[in-house]
Ligand binder design. Structure first.
Ligand SMILES: [Ca+2]
Ligand SMILES: [Ca+2]
Ligand SMILES: [Zn+2]
Length: 350
C-alpha cells in the first residue's frame, strides 16, 4: 500500500457518483440500551445483562451511567448540530457494553455496538467516562455508514482522525453550548482526547492532542505534519499515529473559523465527498469542497485549504469549482474501529 503522499501535487477529487445522496431527516426516538459484561470478554448473549434502558434513572454504577448518558449527548449533538438521526441516520438503537474484561485498557466500535473496558486504574479509568472517547467510538459508526473509510493506511488514519475530531467537538459543545461555534470558544478549548480517562493519577495528560500532536503524554509519537509522517506496517499502517496530521489540520481550522463550522464541514465531507479509499490529499479536496458548498468560496474554504497546506498535505488549493456539487453515494462497510492500536499496552510501556 502506498502510504507516502506527494505533497507537491494538486489533489484531484473524482466523485464516485453524481447522484446526490438522499438525506433521512431525524425523526422518531432513538433507543438506548446499556449492558454489563461483568468483566467477561464473552458476556452472556454477546452483550451481558441489560442494566439501563432509554430514559431509566441512573443506576449508580459510574461506568454504566457514563456510557448511557454520554451516548445520549452524542446522539443529541449529531441531531441538533448536524441533523443526523443516530449512527445510521435511520434512528438505530444505541447499544453500549461496559465492564468488558478485566482491567481492559481500550474501547471499540464493532459495527453494531460500543464496548468499553474498565481500565486498569493506572493507565485508564473506565473508558465510558470520557465523552470524547464515547464520541470517538460512535463516530466510527457514523463513518461506517457514510464514507466507509477503510481502516488501513491513510484512509484508516482519516477514519481515526474523524473520530478524534468529532469526539472532541462533541465535548466542546456539551461543555459550552451557549458559546459553541465562536472562535474564542474554540481557542479556549484544550483539544485533548481522553483527558478524563487517561492515567487517573497523573494530571494534565491525554491520549492525543489535536493542538500539539506528539505531546499528549510521554510516549506520544504522533506527527503533526507530513514531514514527520510514519511509514509503518504496524497498527494497520499507523492509523493511530498519522491521524495526528489531519487532527492538527482540524485544530487549525477550528481555531480559525470555530468548531461548529469545522464540524459541519467535516460532516459534509464525510457524508457527501469522501470515498472509502481516500488519501490525505483526497480529504483536503473533500473538506475544501464541503466548505465551499456550505459557506461559498470564502474565508471558510480558504481556512481549510490553508490548514491542509500548513501540515504539508497539499501545496496549493484545488479550484473549488471542480469540487462543489460532486456528490457521493456511500457504501456500507463493516470494519469496526478501536480507540488505540490493538497491541496497545498502555502509554508508558508502549
Ligand atoms: Ca477532550
Ligand atoms: Ca491523567
Ligand atoms: Zn478509533
Amino acid at each position: 500500500m502506498q502510504l507516502a503522499i506527494n505533497a507537491g501535487s494538486m489533489p484531484v477529487y473524482t466523485p464516485q457518483s453524481t447522484t446526490p445522496r438522499e438525506a433521512t431527516p431525524g425523526t422518531g426516538t432513538v433507543g438506548y440500551s446499556t449492558y454489563d459484561a461483568k468483566q467477561s470478554t464473552s458476556p452472556k448473549g454477546g452483550l451481558g445483562d441489560l442494566v439501563r434502558k432509554d430514559d431509566q434513572a441512573a443506576t449508580g454504577d459510574k461506568a454504566v451511567d457514563a456510557a448511557h448518558d454520554n451516548a445520549k449527548i452524542v446522539v443529541d449533538f449529531y441531531k441538533q448540530v448536524l441533523g443526523r438521526n443516530s449512527i445510521d441516520d435511520k434512528g438505530m438503537e444505541i447499544k453500549s457494553v461496559v465492564h468488558y474484561g478485566r482491567a481492559y485498557n481500550n474501547a471499540y466500535w464493532d459495527g453494531s455496538k460500543m464496548t468499553y473496558g474498565d481500565g486498569d486504574g493506572k493507565f485508564f479509568a473506565p473508558l465510558s467516562q470520557g465523552l470524547d472517547v464515547v464520541g470517538h467510538e460512535m463516530t466510527h459508526g457514523v463513518t461506517e455508514h457514510t464514507s466507509g473509510l477503510a481502516y488501513r493506511g491513510q484512509s484508516g488514519a482519516l477514519n481515526e482522525s474523524w473520530s478524534d475530531v468529532m469526539g472532541e467537538i462533541i465535548e466542546q459543545w456539551s461543555e459550552n453550548r451557549s458559546g459553541f461555534g465562536s472562535v474564542d470558544a474554540a481557542k479556549g478549548a484544550d483539544w485533548l482526547v481522553g483527558e478524563d480517562v487517561m492515567t487517573p493519577g497523573v494530571a494534565g495528560d491525554a491520549l492525543r492532542s489535536l493542538k500539539a500532536p506528539g505531546t499528549a503524554y510521554s510516549g506520544d509519537t504522533q506527527p503533526a505534519d507530513m514531514a514527520h509522517y510514519k511509514n509503518t506496517s504496524s497498527d494497520n499502517g499507523g492509523v493511530h499515529t498519522n491521524s495526528g496530521i489531519p487532527n492538527h489540520a482540524a485544530y487549525v481550522i477550528g481555531t480559525t473559523i470555530g468548531s461548529e463550522k469545522l464540524a459541519k464541514i467535516w460532516y459534509t465531507a464525510e457524508t457527501s465527498y469522501l470515498k472509502s479509499n481516500a488519501s490525505f490529499s483526497d480529504a483536503a479536496a473533500a473538506t475544501i469542497a464541503a466548505a465551499t458548498k456550505l459557506f461559498g468560496a470564502g474565508a471558510e474554504a480558504q481556512a481549510v485549504a490553508d490548514a491542509w497546506k500548513g501540515v504539508g498535505v497539499i501545496a496549493s488549493a484545488p479550484p473549488a469549482e471542480i469540487l462543489v456539487h460532486a456528490a457521493y453515494v456511500p457504501q456500507h462497510i463493516n470494519y469496526g474501529g478501536t480507540m488505540f492500536p490493538s497491541d496497545y499496552r498502555g502509554p508508558v510501556t508502549a
